[in-house]
Structures are given as C-alpha cells and as structure tokens.
Design a protein around this ligand. Sequence first.
Ligand code: M6R
Length: 611
Amino acid sequence: MCGIVGYIGKREAYPIIIKGLKRLEYRGYDSAGIALLNGDLKIMKKKGKVSDLEASITGESLDSTLGIGHTRWATHGEPNDVNAHPHTSSDGKLAIIHNGIIENYQSLKTELEQKGHKFKSETDSEVIIHLVEEIKKSNNCSLEEAVRLSLQEIVGAYAICILSSDEDKQLIAARKGSPLVIGVGDGEFFIASDATPIIEYTNNVVYLDDYEIAIIKNGKLTLKSIEDVAKTPFVHTLEMELESIEKGGFEHFMLKEIHEQPKSIRDCLRGRLIPKDNHLFLNGMSQYMNKFLNTDRLIFIACGTSWHAALVAEYLFEDIARISVEVEYASEFRYRNPVIRENDVVIPISQSGETADTLAAIELAKSKGATIFGVCNVVGSSIARASHAGAFIHAGPEIGVASTKAFTGQVTVLAMMALILGLKKGTLSESRYRELLFELDTIPDKIQKILENAEPIKRIASTFQSAKNFLYLGRGYNFPVALEGALKLKEISYIHAEGYPAAEMKHGPIALIDEDMPVVFISTKDATYDKIISNIQEVKARKGKVIAIVTEGDKDIQNMSEYTVQIPKTEDCFIPLLSVIPLQLLSYYIAIYRGCNVDQPRNLAKSVTVE
Ligand code: M6R
C-alpha cells in the first residue's frame, strides 16, 4: 500500500531514491514520483511503474542531496500523473509523500478550501501538506512545529516525509499505523517503508513508532512525540542480506521464492528442531507456556494466504493438541463485537506484519485482556511489536505479491507450536512426538524433490492456460490448501478459481462441472483418501477434467485422472507443506503462459496497510 523513500546526506539523492522505489514497488505500482530539493523543489511524477517515471526523466538536472520518492497503490483518486505523489502546498514550497489513509480528509479539505487553498489532486494525502502550510502560516511557526500540530488534527493512518524549500536543509518524517524505518549512516539518513531500500547502505536502523516525528538536519536525527515529548532513538542492527532482496538469476521473485522453500523452512527449523536430541523449542512460546496451557481455546486472526495458514492451524492444534480453535478473518473479527476473554490466546499470522486489518484486530483483542502471540515474517514489523510474544518464520524477505514461502514458513511454525503443546498437554505420546520431529526434519528435502520435477506441472499449465474457471477441491488438511491454490491462481493469472472442501461440491458447485471445467483435486494418501476418490468419480461422471495431486506411487487416482502430479509421502499433519508446492508452480506457469506480470499483479499490493 504505497512505498516511501527519503534520503538526506552527502550523496546524490536521485539514484538512491529510484533504486529504493524499485525495491518497494511490491507495495504499489500504479504511479510514482520524486521530489528533489536544491534551492527549489523539483517534482517529477508519472502514472505507471517506477521504470515509466525513470524513462520520463531525461535531460534534467537532478543535482540534490535531499529528496523523497513514492510508489503508489491508489485509494483516493484514480492512478494518474496528478494523483501521483509527491503533493505540494499552495505556494509550492512544501512537498509530501504519504502512505496510509486520512479518514477526516474531506472535512479538513473543505475548511482549507474556505481559507483559499487550491487542491490539485483527488487524494486524501494532499490535505496534509495544505494543513501544514496553513498552520505554519497562521502560527508563524517552524515547519517542525507545524507538522506536529497538523498531525494532532489528522485522523487515520500515515507514514509521511516532508520537504521544504523555505527552511534549512531538513527532512521531516512521522508515522501512525503505517511503517517507517530510518537508516542511520555516516552523516546520512535513509527513510523507507521497510528496510529493503536501506540495507545496501547501512544495517543500523531506527523503527519509528506511532505518533513519533523524526527531524533530520545538520547530520543529526531528533525524535519527538506529536505531544512534543523528546524520544531517544533506539538503533537496531538489521540481519538482512542484500542477496535476499534480489532475484538471484530467477526470472521473477515469485519463482525464486517458490524455489527458496527448502532453505526457508530449514532456516525456520534451525536451532529449534534437533530430532536426534528430541529437541523442539520455541523461545517465545516457552515464555508464555502457562497461557497456552491455561486457555481452553486459541483464536487465529489473519488475512489472505495467512488466513489459509490459520485454517491449517485449526487442523493441527485440534488434531495434535486437542485444543479448540477459532479462525477469524481479521477484517470481520473487529466489526463483529466478538467474545474475547482474558485467558484467550490470540494468534495473529502475518507475513508483512503490517496488515491493517490484522493490526486493528490485535488492538481489539489486547484491549479485552487477551494474550497476543504473533507469527510474523518481518522482524521489527508493527504486528511483531504489538504482540506480547511470538515466533518469527525466518523466511527472509518475500517480495513477489503472491505469498509462497511465507505460507510454508507459517505452517512450519504452527506445526512446531502444535507439537510442543501436544507434548506438554499429554495429547501426543513421547514416541509419536519423536516420530513427528524426525518427519518434520525431512520436509525441506521433500519439497526440493517436488521442485526438481516441475515438468508435468508446466505441461498442465500449458494445457489449461486459457481456462475460464478452475475448481480446487481438498479434504482435511488439504482443504486450506485448496483455498490457497485457488487464491494463487486468481491473483496472478486473473482466472476465476474457487477452493472448496471436496465433499461440499455436491451441495452446489457440482452444477458448474462440464467438459470445460478443470478440477484440481488435492488427493494425497491421508485419512480422507477413500472419500476423495468418490468425489473424483463424481467430477468424472460429469466430464470435468481432473488434475490430481497424489502421493508418490498412488496408482488408483492416477488411473482415474487425466493429469497427475506426484508428491512424496509424509505424515498427514505436514501434507500442506508439500501439497501446496505444485499449486504454487501451477499458478506461476499459467500466469507466465498468459503473459501476466506475476510479481506485480493488477490491482494488488504486497502489504495491505489500509482497512
Ligand atoms: O502480510 P500478510 O500476511 O498479513 O498479508 C495478508 C494478505 O494480504 C496476503 O496473504 C495476500 O492474500 C497475498 N497476496 C496472497 O498471496
């Protein structure tokens, strides 16, 4: 939901900002813009991708050591040159970039228009810079003070950077609800929505907190609250590697991230799982073990793919730890007046750790006294920091908009949690626990094997690239995988797809089946195997095209299906970690055959920081 970058220091700002915007393009890519300050403000903005902006800038002087840049995912106002950021004040001396939503922008705009301000765009963001201009003029105060007072009037979410051609060289940034990281270099500072634009220059970062303002001038960073209370910047050291945010020889980030899964799961298990020592340990969980043992239910909140991982958790925790589980869409949970008790353990799952709906649901649960145990990928993210405790999935940066390695990382952490709790509660015997630890340890190699045998998946993708619809059916642990397979396909190839529990098909969707309908069955040898065979027959009887994901060596389903993809055998509770891989590849290759932009699908953004 929009990426923002800023630089102040001794180097040329433009190349740093352009490169930073490209790294942040996963957050939004419908328009982009830059403001550079060198005496006057120079604003360049353009509908389209960062590369379109770059191509449009020719023969201009870009001399400047202070600048800001923005890549947009439109909320208010269609994607066009005018609505692109940066936005400027009426006198043209102030420029702003903004990520978030200003909820009271309409009333502020009306007031400001009555005072003579002329608005150029349809965005909510522009109102902030006019408000700052108005307050600066009417209070005859510094820019810093005007920003602080303006933010007290603003309702909504924001991460902003502001430049002024009227005052000494400085960069002002602030946040509430949208992420902002400040990179601290040697006499230079970098600002960005996440650490990826910063990492090649410095690994020292300060995460701005809500209601904090950063003022950077004269080579110094000063922090204060919007109530004017001085804050001490806390410098964290980033552990991210530069290679992890580059494509590393793959054509797309999505393909790279699919192929990274053996490694990302090993990273997730490292130090936590040592089967020969009967060792499985999650630090965050052990600190809150009493909470887990004394609650009678777990509530999972998440969105999108992370919600599918939560559905897998429902099967895992009920099956292994015999604890009741509720799985909630974060966006619905908040508005339903849910019953939340003090001894509830609420588990938000989020790759980015910035999803606004999930954050809002956490705040609600927290206000009712629940314990929040976050399962996130991004260290230092808002959800990680809003949680009482948690476990990172350590998947490394996920840049493709379609989530892949985050899903398997989430399921890996959730499986470890369920095993730990099962043993502690005595619902899992020591011997079974030990067997499962050994099996979990084999999962990365088994994923590797699936990845090395992608040819049949490519052929299926080529055959069905022009399909209008797809059905994905699974039962038990494979039901959430069916939903995830359908989501992957629709988001990157724009083919309509639905995931269903296989047995539900006969209660409605079966009416859709004819000779043009590809039906993907996730039909591995597990507890529901015999039942799903009947569902396959029901589809065949209506001439549907059956594509089956089966366990290696399974002849029965192979004989009755037009297309099969084999995956190695594993324990039922770990099947989603394997069965999702062919579905990720299938959607990837279909999207490629259809000529779609898999890393930047239309209308989407990686990190959904608006409600
Ligand atoms: O960062 P989060 O895990 O909180 O994001 C949740 C969803 O927005 C995300 O999973 C989305 O559905 C993906 N694009 C799916 O591939």
